[in-house]
Design a protein around this ligand. Structure first.
Ligand SMILES: [Zn+2]
Ligand SMILES: [Zn+2]
Ligand SMILES: [Zn+2]
Ligand SMILES: [Zn+2]
Ligand SMILES: [Zn+2]
Ligand SMILES: [Zn+2]
Ligand SMILES: [Zn+2]
Ligand SMILES: [Zn+2]
Length: 517
């Protein structure tokens, strides 16, 4: 297989001299099989002394046809080119070069995965008090731990107890903290009587099977596999780890009545009430104008203003979009954005470039508008509550009702969905201000979704081009004055001076209503 490989990708030599290298057990960090490109360890290895490549024994010795213990009635054939868009049913990793595949049963596996020895008995008393027996015939039964039928995962049973379990479900972590709930959750083998919905996917949790639950809340449950999703849990096992109380760092110090010292600014700030809308003044945290209500301004007259809501934004925050706690920072010159220094960042939810304040952790940044969204989210333009209930693949492909976009590839814009109807909205549209001001109109303009087939002849006040009501992205209108404006023409004309750089606020100057009012 290896030396007959005509593209020469695996090993170029016509005769491949391979030696056992078992005496030097490769450690996971520096091993990568040159045939299957997996870094997980097999049972033994080959090594080519000339081209210095290492191989799994399974990949080198792979027979043209094998049978997998989970599928005793079908055989898998060896292929040398990857099948597009399929992942290994065992490890969920894609294929680079070498694959076992059964076309009529849609099974695909890496050689190491297909030939991994299957233990007939497992004794894991932490999950079940009796020894368990490998039972491929029981794979069509729902697992007692996760409640799902997963034929591709090895299934074990305890016949006297009528206990069915997937091999990986046996080793699930008991105590974890997920991004979607503020307390730790604990695995429980059965749920109290009642109708419960999963705190992640919002679908029903069957109380006959295991799930995670919150001891403090009593009514918070999550499907086992939903809780263990990579985007929901950071992989930390908290069993036996004492729970430390979180220390709240106040974002400001009160100096006198209505006067504060905020962590983001060197001078004292004074509470004021906005009476006249000034389109040139922006809150330095969320980069939005202050339309109305209370705000803080610098007593040293340095044009530094903050919405009252932005002043109160906590220094530390747990957000459902990220598995690690986020810290509130001021984006200034030298802000380290994924090891790229600058005075702006790309928000991880709406993907807009922004400046101002940022909630960040090592590899994730969130602007204040997106950080203010939590579940359930009451969007003013929709009658039902919205959730982050789409699975990653669904969310990637989902199309926003308003802008009609799905986002690009893995860098997709995050989306919220409705569990009662098919409504889906992206973070970019969900954080557009519902009410906004236009300098030549004394009223508030409200956001309208584009409506199919209702095109009338109206014009945008700013660009004087026709406003098409069915145009994706919606528009702003004032009914009293019949003013209509494109979203970008109203909100995109603002530019922000931060002293050194001019940032054309454009698409980055939106906010959610919850921050403003
Ligand atoms: Zn390999
Ligand atoms: Zn399971
Ligand atoms: Zn779920
Ligand atoms: Zn709770
Ligand atoms: Zn603000
Ligand atoms: Zn954002
Ligand atoms: Zn959208
Ligand atoms: Zn316009």
């Amino acid at each position: 297989m290896l030396d007959s490989h005509n593209r020469g990708l695996i090993c170029k030599l016509p005769v491949v001299p391979l030696f056992w290298c078992n005496n030097k057990e490769p450690n996971g960090a520096d091993f990568c099989c040159s045939a299957c490109k997996l870094t997980n360890l097999g049972t033994a290895y080959y090594f080519c002394a000339t081209c210095r490549k290492k191989f799994h024994k399974e990949c080198v010795e792979s027979p043209l046809e094998i049978k997998h213990p989970s599928y005793p009635f079908q055989s898998l054939q060896l292929y040398s080119s990857p099948f597009a868009l399929v992942n290994c049913i065992c490890c969920d990793i894609s294929f680079q070069d070498i694959i076992y595949h059964s076309s009529n049963h849609k099974l695909s596996m890496h050689p190491v995965c297909a030939m991994k020895p299957v233990p007939i008995f497992i004794d894991h008393t932490k999950r079940h008090p009796h020894p368990l027996t490998f039972s491929p015939r029981e794979a069509f039964l729902p697992c007692n731990v996760c409640g799902l039928i997963k034929e591709s995962i090895l299934t074990y049973v305890c016949v006297p107890c009528d206990f069915v379990v997937h091999q990986d479900c046996l080793y699930f972590t008991h105590v974890i903290k997920i991004s979607r709930h503020h307390h730790r959750i604990i695995f429980t083998s059965s749920l109290p009587y009642g109708k419960w919905s999963c705190g992640v996917c919002r679908r029903e949790v069957d109380n006959h099977y295991g799930a995670y639950s919150c001891i403090k809340c009593g009514d918070y449950f999550v499907h086992t596999r939903c809780a263990l999703r990579k985007d929901v849990w950071n992989g930390e096992d908290l069993e036996g780890v004492p729970e430390e109380p979180e220390i709240d760092v106040e974002p400001y110090e009160t100096i006198a009545d209505g006067i504060i010292l905020h962590f983001s600014h060197d001078h004292h700030l004074k509470l004021e009430i906005n009476r006249v809308y000034d389109e040139n003044k922006f809150c330095q945290a969320c980069i939005l104008p202050i339309y109305e209500g209370t705000y803080y301004s610098c007593l040293d007259k340095c044009e530094f203003i903050l919405h009252e809501a932005c002043v109160n934004a906590p220094r530390k925050k747990h957000h459902p979009l990220h598995t690690h706690p986020l810290t509130l920072k001021v984006v200034s010159i030298g802000y380290d954005h994924y090891r790229r220094r600058g005075n702006y960042f790309d928000c991880g939810a709406c993907k807009r470039a922004s400046c101002g304040f940022v909630y960040d952790s090592q590899d994730f940044s969130l602007d204040l508008r997106c950080a203010s969204i939590s579940e359930p989210f009451q969007y003013q333009g929709h009658k039902h509550p919205l959730f982050l209930a789409l699975e990653p693949d669904e969310e990637k492909a989902a199309i926003c009702q308003i802008c009609q976009e799905d986002g690009d590839g893995n860098n997709y814009i995050r989306k919220l969905n409705c569990m009662e109807c098919k409504y889906i909205i992206c973070f970019r549209c969900a954080t557009l201000p519902y009410k906004a001001k236009y300098k030549h109109d004394k009223h508030f303009l409200t956001f309208r979704e584009g409506e199919e087939g209702s095109d009338q002849l109206d014009w945008c006040e700013v660009c004087e081009k026709k406003l098409i009501y069915s145009r994706k992205g919606g528009f702003y209108a004032c009914d009293d004055c019949c003013t209509t404006l494109h979203v970008d023409c109203l909100l995109g004309e603002m530019s922000l001076f931060d002293g050194l750089n001019v940032i054309i606020a454009g698409a980055s100057s939106f906010t959610s209503r919850s921050l403003l009012f």
